[in-house]
Design a protein. Structure first.
Lengths: 376, 376
């Protein structure tokens, strides 16, 4: 199948770019002396996860138990479920532990600790947990000096659970405006995690795991002393948000949505394509960056970007493509039936709209299809 | 399974509300003397589509060939594929026609007409088409007085294709600020379609089909003389965008996302739940309405909305819930492990994030699961 034969819209994966991205992050973290525990919520595919973990000592990070199950069925056992555990999921976690999955869960609230302790008793299971630490007020976690941290660890240890350490995700790195900002955020993330782990150790817990990371902080951290692993995921594909941050270049972006021109809006010099938000996602992550990429940056069928041509609007199965500055496209360059590729704002969100990837091994040739896991 | 036992996040469907919505639209269109051809891109499920089409003379509307295949496999044959046809899909359309699907396609460009004519010759197929008409400059279609319309019809007829009429979708109805505006938009939609059909008939085409509709215009049209069918879809579930327009009430909204509290942000009085954009979608359709509902309006586990509690932010698997005015929630009312339901901005987008629905037949009891079709 070639790019002119595939059913549109569909998701293309450029494996040469992906491999370059994977190697770059691996090399970087090796030079910093810290393991990668890749977040596989971006790829949700076992072949890609195997490439991400090759040569790495640790396991993987997931965002759902459905991902944990999928990767476990394919032989991966060391799994961190990096979303604060919902107490309602504890029986499901216990079931995975009993089947040999080395699954760690995270929490940041004494109420959760009590629910875990109660479930540990009722189900006869020793859960393995990391305490989630907040480095930047962005989402979840306890501050490194929060009194609840030691309280949580004590509740869990009394219930026969293992407090394996701490994890932190500096989501604030996505709001940085320059590389210095991301460097500082990486240090803030590292320092918070290390300080929290020290407090746990002082309270008598071994806390061997100090887990940090986001793609921006992993890319720009200058020192990761004390961290034992880095969680990055988006780096596998990169995207326009990462390019806008300075984390990657546009030509590092490894996934794109293939679409076909279905009409012309002669009155405003725009195109209609058969990729709407169902294929692109509603993500507008570049809207708050210096360069707003609309719903995606438009490339020719071989993947070469057109200067300043973006998806300016979407409906469910329609995309509207125009110039960034609102001027008219030369519609003769884009006859109905011609094909375009659209680079995503956010790789995780766009990939999630598709059941799998068509692998592009040469610029115009799709040769293999890789599935993605789904659901919860 | 009850609402406290289902794996979160998941999509709940209140069938009593859905039935009320379906009956209301059916009654309304019967009183206007026009058939409903429901757009099943919202529900993507055969049982719901059967309820939508019960007592209707016509078929269904779809947004992808994957939907067409799914509904055809379940016995529905009269199908309008209401996205401007991509020439690359014509062999697939021909294949469906040869298997007995009464599939109509739409177009608005002479280039498409030529591609259809060419494919008709090469594949030995008489395609059945509607010409897409633009009522409001919102998305696609030819103006009712565009010279290309008659040109397109002539190209197609010469190639042995049937020009069955016209279709128009007044997407501009979503930008109306009051009911009068939607009434006027409905009339504009109707008048454009009828005028275009008249031109086709004057040019010698039978053009029996005059297809109009959107949920807002279908809800407020006062006269549909000359229209032969109305396409509405979102009305089956309704959503916060429709409520914001005045098309429905909040308690008409039939789908919600069930989620569980996983943490508290004591510093700003917000909650964390296990439903992020993966479960809610990134749709922010109420952002430009008078009442911005964030990523969704929050209800208790039985579906009763909290006043002014919305999802203020999302990550992939995290939702942040707070008060609309930024004041603090009383976090004691929402202990970790408690469950909440979130009403969607846009039913099509939120439902698309899920593989199916849990049916709620009593307020707290999920009794049956209905699958959704996916992909292209």
């Amino acid at each position: 199948m070639t790019n002119t034969q595939l059913t549109t819209p569909c998701l293309l994966l450029d494996t040469a770019r992906m491999t370059r991205n994977i190697v770059r992050m691996r090399t970087r973290l090796q030079s910093l002396g810290v393991a990668l525990r890749p977040h596989v919520k971006t790829c949700k595919n076992i072949d890609i996860a195997r490439q991400l973990t090759a040569g790495q000592p640790g396991g993987i990070t997931v965002s759902t138990l459905a991902e944990a199950d999928y990767f476990f069925e394919h032989g991966m056992t060391d799994i961190l479920y990096a979303v604060g555990i919902a107490p309602g999921k504890l029986p499901a976690v216990a079931d995975r532990l009993s089947r040999g999955m080395a699954l760690r869960i995270i929490l940041d609230h004494p109420q959760t600790a009590k629910a875990i302790a109660r479930a540990a008793g009722e189900l006869g299971v020793g859960f393995r947990v990391l305490v989630e630490i907040d480095a930047d007020g962005e989402r979840a976690g306890l501050r490194a000096d929060a009194p609840e941290m030691v309280e949580i660890a004590a509740i869990l240890e009394r219930a026969g659970c293992r407090v394996d350490g701490v994890m932190v995700h500096a989501g604030g790195s996505y709001h940085c405006v320059d590389i210095d900002g991301m460097r500082r955020m990486a240090e803030q993330e590292r320092a918070s995690a290390v300080a929290a782990a020290k407090r746990l150790r002082r309270a008598g817990h071994e806390a061997p795991v100090v887990s940090v990371g986001s793609t921006p902080t992993a890319t720009f951290a200058e020192d990761l002393t004390g961290a034992t692993e880095v969680r990055a995921g988006v780096h596998v594909f990169q995207d326009l948000v990462q390019a806008g941050l300075g984390v990657c270049e546009i030509d590092d972006i490894a996934i794109s949505v293939l679409s076909e021109v279905i009409g012309h809006r002669t009155e405003d010099g725009k195109l209609l394509v058969d990729a709407g938000w169902m294929a692109l996602s509603r993500d507008r992550g570049t809207a708050e960056q210096a360069l707003d990429q609309g719903y995606g940056l438009v490339c020719n069928v071989s993947g070469k970007p057109f200067e300043d041509v973006i998806v300016t609007g979407t409906n469910q199965e329609h995309g509207i493509i125009g110039k960034r500055d609102g001027s008219s496209l030369n519609l003769d360059e884009f006859p109905v039936g011609s094909r375009l590729r659209i680079l995503p704002n956010h790789a995780c969100a766009t990939a999630a709209q598709h059941d799998g990837y068509w692998i592009i091994d040469s610029p115009d040739q799709a040769q293999r299809w890789l599935p993605r896991c789904r659901g919860w």
